[in-house]
Design a protein. Structure first.
Ligand code: FAD
Length: 442
């Protein structure tokens, strides 16, 4: 069961582990170190490099998609943390070079091709690669870099930095003169590389053994499609209502195109799984044209936008647009299980015509203790319900007076999520009672 103390302890445990792993190289470097100090700024600059490289190595762990890693935060938060940590790692790595060059100009020789060509190329390469990593991420959309190429280049650049960084530490060897210290850095690099290989090679190999077949493609509303997949020769996927997977369409799982989508059907229905997809970019605009019978591969499930561990007697879903998909899975599961806990869905969409699952929600309302509150940005003249965007007033108006036993699920466009999360924070709702899923992770 999710409790406040369990959530805080779990979160603190993970943050502590991350911090320990980041600073561990500094302490390990001190063990058995007998050389004279080279002055504060040089040692400080070296320390920045150790921390920067350790953070880069840990980035591979954060993105390795092991559902147990960072479980209390959820995969989207974990990947967003990875994004923020990347900027910090960049600062440490660049700080390493800048502080050392300023502390002692002799260090500039490390970049001088006349002194040592391979070393100069490798270290200049690290500076360029680190800056590209950040620039491509920050300005990806502005420079028109396709997501898949960005992701591939991201992994390769990071791998290059970790590899050269480790070789550099060994070559300088000032703080890693002991064989066991060198072994630790090599192991760290191998773990990072191993995770990438596991992610991009071994996982697809496993996925290849469990293919799926597209059995239906249906337009829910304009530019929003539901596709159903059937397991082809295996038992299918065990998942919790509200979770998401990465989907690859086509004959092979070894593809750059792999996209996360939430399952919009119930885990109680084993023979088919449904996804509901809104057209957005190059991949999603092709979904309506998928041929029946074509192949798909699934990696997952991931995410903790689920209600299996909730103790609340009333679940409140504040969702917008395509952010309804996990809620649909949860509501159908309540129905399949005959679970009569109360639910309120506050659902913002552009209009009734552009509301996916309008009829399905109506049918679910008749079978569950469910109140669906539609909030249309633009409503027909005869509509007497909520209109405009979801606001704190709309949320308050549609909740029971006593909100102490409600658990909240928030999913939708970022501005809507900011309003909903901010409102709940202002009301003092404890963070462990709010589940959020952002569809725009990088
Ligand atoms: C946890 C999660 C669950 C999601 N569930 C749904 C859902 O149920 N229904 C739905 O319609 N959409 C969902 N999305 C969003 C969906 O993944 C993107 O809309 C889709 O990947 C866009 O791909 P594109 O090539 O059409 O668009 P693009 O123009 O290539 O990308 C648009 C944006 O989508 C994101 N994106 C693109 N490719 C990927 C990728 N491989 N991995 C992660 N993010 C990517 C990037 O932020 C990008 O800027 C979900 C996203 C996440 C993170």
């Amino acid at each position: 069961m999710r409790t406040r103390s369990a959530f805080i302890i779990n979160s603190a445990k993970w943050l502590l582990l991350f911090t320990v792993l980041v600073v561990a190289p500094l302490f390990l470097a001190m063990v058995g170190h007998r050389e004279e100090s080279r002055g504060f700024w040089v040692e400080f600059g070296v320390g920045l490099g150790f921390i920067g490289l350790a953070m880069m190595g840990l980035q591979f762990v954060l993105t390795a998609r092991y559902s147990k890693i960072g479980a209390p935060f959820g995969m989207d938060e974990l990947l967003n943390f990875h994004g923020q940590a990347g900027y910090v790692a960049w600062l440490f790595i660049m700080g390493h070079f800048i502080v050392l060059f300023l502390a002692d100009s002799e260090f500039l020789k490390f970049l001088d091709p006349a002194v040592n060509l391979p070393r100069a190329l490798a270290l200049s390469g690290v500076i360029v690669a680190t800056c590209c990593l950040i620039a491509f991420t920050y300005w990806r959309e502005k420079i028109g870099l396709v997501y898949e190429w960005w992701r591939a280049s991201h992994g390769l650049l990071a791998l290059f930095i970790v590899f050269i960084g480790t070789v550099h530490i060994m070559q300088v060897s000032f703080y890693v003169s002991e064989i066991w210290q060198q072994a630790l850095w090599v192991i760290m690099s191998l773990v990072a590389i191993g995770m990438l290989v596991h992610n991009r090679v071994l996982r697809p190999l496993q996925m290849r053994k469990k293919p799926y077949k597209v059995v239906s493609v249906k337009e829910e509303v304009k530019e929003t499609w539901s596709i159903e997949l059937e397991p082809d020769g295996h038992a299918g996927l065990e998942f919790k209502a509200g979770q998401f997977v990465w989907i690859t369409l086509g004959e092979t799982p070894f593809k750059l195109q792999q996209h996360p989508f939430t399952i919009s059907s119930s885990p109680e229905v084993k023979d088919k799984i449904r996804f509901t997809i809104k057209e957005l970019g190059d991949f999603t605009t092709q979904v309506g044209a998928i041929e029946i019978g074509s192949r798909a591969f699934i990696e997952g499930p991931y995410g903790n936008f689920t209600m299996d561990e909730t103790s609340a007697t009333h679940n409140v879903f504040i969702v917008g647009g395509i952010g309804i998909t996990p809620t649909m899975s949860i509501l159908q599961t309540l129905r399949e299980r005959g679970d009569q806990r109360e639910s309120t869905v506050i659902y913002g969409t552009p209009s009734k015509q552009l509301t996916p699952f309008y009829e399905e929600l109506k049918a679910l309302s008749a079978e569950l203790r469910l109140n669906v509150v539609h909030v249309f940005e633009e409503a027909d003249d005869d509509w007497d319900g909520e209109t405009g965007f979801i606001t704190p007033e709309i949320i308050r108006r549609n909740l029971p007076d006593d909100i102490s036993n409600c658990e909240y699920f928030v999913c939708g466009p970022p501005p809507m999520m900011d309003v909903a999360e901010g409102t709940l924070r202002e009301w003092g709702v404890p963070v462990h009672m709010v589940h959020s899923e952002r569809f725009n992770i990088v």
